[in-house]
Design a protein around this ligand. Structure first.
Ligand SMILES: [Zn+2]
Length: 337
């Protein structure tokens, strides 16, 4: 608790210094910086959807706060990030256990100018589900031994209140809800370009529907309905939307990548029992564990895009929610048919 208070105090000092600096610098060039709308999205899906909605409007500056290649669960905002949020017109976040930092940041910011948008309020959220095979929460996810008990208590408290699964973007249904909500918010931020935003959003929704249709076709023709992840599994909304079953080494918010021997054996038995042909691992993971299990069971390791985040390479290549989800089509075909 003590460490948390100190962190909070440091955070407040940083914010105050940030505000002072921001005013000092903003004084002279206020007109320049005000000519643009500044948007900040905490996670990749919100960023990608806003990017599609904005299109080529150069008046709007969009920042991907987490940034490519990083783990959303270990992210903490830097002093610079806080200044950026403070100066933004719209800040889109998900919240929950994954973005625990957002509460503190939002409460301590002077956000008269900044519109705060919790995108999770606009989708159908699910409670965190127990995943077949996944290691217990307390066995991982809390690397700091000193704070272990305290963190575990906090966590249980939140679970008691029915913690929602933050990985909302993985179902096409939610993705479309997110696009619509973000588009409506953009109309408020910049009403002059409302028609363009509406057009761009509709075009993107068409693309999402197209990928959805192609995945649904594979699901309709499946010969088995279980996916096995030798990794964490942040695709609960996806699994539920397509009515699939899943086994995984860890739940969605685990920061672990090394399952115990017991877990590996469990997954191997599941693969043999259900004649599963593909062992999955998610983006940003080299897939070593999946490869080991695949070798052991005579199956194939393949990377699925959970879109929890995007790799730096994919980001630089301009990949999108749609293009990355499209990549999953061939993988699902091999895994389910
Ligand atoms: Zn997660």
């Amino acid at each position: 608790m003590k460490t948390k208070k100190i962190i909070l105090i440091i955070l407040l000092i940083v914010i105050l210094v940030g505000i002072v600096l921001a005013f000092a610098f903003a004084g002279n060039k206020k007109n320049n910086s005000d000519s643009k709308y500044k948007l900040i999205a905490s996670n990749f899906a919100s960023y990608d959807f806003l990017r599609a909605i904005i299109g080529d409007n150069k008046e709007v500056e969009l920042t991907f706060l987490l940034g490519p290649g990083k783990d959303a669960h270990s992210y903490e905002p830097t002093a610079q990030d806080l200044i950026k949020i403070q100066e933004s017109d719209l800040f889109v976040y998900i919240g929950g256990e994954m973005e625990k930092w957002s509460d503190k940041v939002l409460n301590s910011l002077e956000t008269n100018k900044t519109k705060k948008m919790c995108i999770a309020d606009f989708v159908n959220t699910m409670e965190e589900q127990e995943i077949d095979g996944a290691e217990e929460e307390h066995e991982h996810d809390h690397n700091n031994n000193e704070e272990h008990h305290e963190e575990a208590d906090d966590h249980n408290e939140e679970h008691g209140e029915g913690a929602f699964d933050e990985h909302i973007w993985t179902s096409p249904e939610n993705a479309i809800k997110m696009v619509n909500a973000l588009e409506q918010e953009m109309e408020k931020v910049d009403s002059q370009n409302a028609n363009i935003y509406k057009d761009n959003a509709n075009k993107y929704i068409e693309q999402i529907n197209e990928v959805d249709k192609r995945i649904q076709e594979i699901v309709d023709n499946k010969v088995r309905d279980r996916l096995v992840f030798a990794d964490k599994m942040p695709m609960q909304y996806f699994i539920s939307y397509y009515k699939l079953k899943v086994s995984a080494a860890f739940n969605g918010c685990s920061t672990e990548t090394e399952p115990s021997a017991k877990t590996i054996t469990y997954l191997q038995n599941k693969i043999k029992e259900d004649k599963i042909p593909v062992v999955l691992y998610i983006e940003l993971n080299p897939g070593r564990v999946a490869q080991t299990i695949a070798n052991e069971t005579g199956t194939k390791a393949m990377q699925i895009q959970s879109l929890h985040n995007i790799s730096l390479d994919d980001f630089n290549n301009g990949e999108t929610w749609v293009s990355l989800m499209t990549r999953n089509i061939d993988i699902l075909k091999e895994a389910l048919q």
